[in-house]
Design a protein around this ligand. Sequence first.
Ligand SMILES: O=C(O)CCC(=O)C(=O)O
Length: 312
Amino acid sequence: MPEYLTETQIAKFYKDGYLVIPQFLLPEETQSLLNRSKQLLDEFDIDQHPRTKFTTGDDNHVGDDYFLTSGDKIRYFLEEDAVDTEGKLLREKQKSVNKIGHALHELDPAFRKVTLENERLRAVVRDLEFHRDPVALQSMVITKQTHIGGEVPEHNDSTFLYTYPPSALGFWIALEKCTATNGALSFLPGSHVITPITKRFVRLGDNKGTGFEDLVPPSVQREVSEASKGNYVLETCNPGDLVLIHGSVLHKSERNTSPHTRFAYTFHMIESPPYAKYDEKNWLQPTKEMPFSKILPPREISETRQPVLTSA
Ligand SMILES: O=C(O)CCC(=O)C(=O)O
């Protein structure tokens, strides 16, 4: 018997590749994360910042040292349109940050409480039976600033948090109202079962930053991309709603064209060895001081509910 989710919700997650769980956080929990996010923006020392912007294109994805060493820190990535060519901010610092990441869930007590110390979250993870031995990694506050909050193009998360077999699961919590004009998420339902992971985001050697490595030839990538065209569903959300995101489902968010920010808190889980391999090419690496935190004791079950872990 599931503890928190209904069987209908679990079935919907596996059918669509995502699930919106309304009001997962209590209003006071949501408010505390929003307040803390704003406090972090106030505390952010722009004078010491290397002006790293969060860029998402295939050819210019963020990959400098400030980004590559942020897996066990709390760092700030700027909106592309917040900085001029000389590195001067075009608006106040609080309104220039695209996201804060990537170890909020480990280092910050407010985010740790809802991630690693949250019995409701553990119940969701147990109910979903997606992983046998889940660990948490890569937490972020994405702020989608007013008017300039950048688009996040179509992607699936297992491209960026690659394990073999793919096992990423996203947890995305709205901290503010998410609408059609401030960049709510949209999804291609069912794409997780027809869209194999065809490339992966890697750390390139020799200080060359990051790039994409093909897992299948470009001709197959084109075929997969053609086969996975369809109608995206926009999921508007209220503060406190949790969206579970299968690592293979295609999703995106549009630029924020509105006068309202769209703060969200997101983190991910992956499977642990021996069930999945996380390798040294991934941009984010666990450290001795900060290994990926376990969410549950490893389960006694031999199968997860996942029918097939899609992989190219
Ligand atoms: O918050 C957003 O706009 C995009 C988030 C997303 O795509 C992700 O977390 O994978």
